[in-house]
Design a protein around this ligand. Structure first.
Ligand code: FMN
Length: 317
């Protein structure tokens, strides 16, 4: 087995010169540490001929990007006389960008004095660009997922929560109320004489009316412990945690007034404007209370509100 001492200086020089990576040596004893050697790999990677760069500090490869954090890391390592590895944004002779995975090591003489630095440059542009692309794809995917889950939760016409989301929220809030021994309230609402409205004004006006009313309802119940949703055609529902019958009555009455105040004309309704009927229930649930039983009670209250002439609120507790 030959020992390193058996390898001739000429062979070492050939091996260094023909390495595919860039290999550079700078003189640490001269001001600003100029390059005194660059190999063929460096010339190929950067497009610069050795004669153009020898005698210069290698920072010229950074172009105008000398403020990048990796340069600071490099600067400090050289100052401390240590090696380091960084990825730098560098520019070829033709101005094109490449990512340089660069490591540097001090070379010491027999007196332990740093006389030179040796640098090894590797063009890792393909790897960095692939990582950047992957990161962007991940971001795009996360945004698309968010958009998708929003779409899955919302009603296509009015933009407020849909029935599926409402059912999930009702289930979750009921469990919380059961665990915490607090009250839960459910409202069911119907647009009054909506079929007549559609027949008279047309479906486009009907859609507009549904959207306006939906937005009004959703704006009235915005807390994280509340959910307002379009439950069916012209039917809306609200669930609210920790709301007494008195509070529910108050908010439901306000809502009824707000919808009338939208002032959407409805010739075939007794009030002459669009209105809603609201039925609601507020109770402290037992272990046997189910989402279906709450909805049934709220539906019964809505039926009663309609029986009382519509455009009114009926709350049971
Ligand atoms: C041997 C050697 C090779 C170097 N090669 C590169 C290089 O390929 N690309 C680069 O951006 N910087 C390279 N540098 C680093 C710069 O020359 C310089 O040290 C760095 O920009 C930090 O110092 P500054 O803040 O004074 O510019 C090299 C340094 C040495 C000593």
């Amino acid at each position: 087995m030959p020992s390193p001492a058996d390898i001739s200086a000429a062979l070492l020089a050939l091996a260094v010169d023909q390495s595919l990576d860039g290999i550079t040596i700078s003189d640490a004893l001269l001001p600003d540490m100029p390059l005194i050697y660059v190999n063929a790999g460096f010339e190929k990677m950067t497009g610069y001929r050795a004669a153009e760069v020898l005698g210069k500090n290698c920072r010229f490869l950074q172009g105008t990007a000398s403020a990048q954090p990796a340069v600071g890391v490099l600067h400090e390592a050289i100052k401390r006389g240590e090696g380091c590895i960084v990825i730098l944004q560098n520019y070829r002779r033709d101005g094109t960008l490449f990512w340089n995975e660069f490591n540097i090591s001090p070379v010491r003489n027999a007196d332990n004095l740093i006389t030179h630095f040796i640098g090894v440059q590797k063009d890792v542009t393909a790897r960095v660009e692939m990582l950047q692309h992957l990161r962007q794809s991940k971001k795009d995917l996360q945004a698309a997922n968010l958009q998708l889950s929003r779409l899955a939760m919302s009603d296509g016409l009015t933009g407020i929560s849909n029935r599926r989301h409402f059912d999930e929220q009702l289930h979750a809030l009921l469990s919380m109320a059961q665990r915490g021994g607090t009250s839960i309230a459910v409202l069911m609402m119907d647009l009054d004489f909506f079929k007549r409205f559609n027949d008279h004004y047309g479906h486009q006006a009907g859609d507009y009316c549904l959207t306006q009313v939906a937005q009004t309802i959703a704006a009235a119940f915005q807390r994280p412990s509340e959910c307002a949703a379009r439950y069916g055609g012209e039917e809306f529902a609200v669930v609210a945690l920790n709301m007494s019958a008195a509070e529910l009555s108050h908010y439901a009455q306000l809502l009824c007034d707000k919808v009338r105040a939208l002032n959407i004309p409805h010739q075939d309704a007794p009030t002459g404007v669009v209105s809603i009927s609201i039925g609601g229930i507020s109770l402290v649930p037992t272990r046997d209370t189910t989402p279906a039983s709450l909805l049934k009670l709220a539906d019964g209250a809505l039926y009663e509100a309609k029986a009382r002439g519509r455009n009114c609120v009926h709350i049971v507790s």
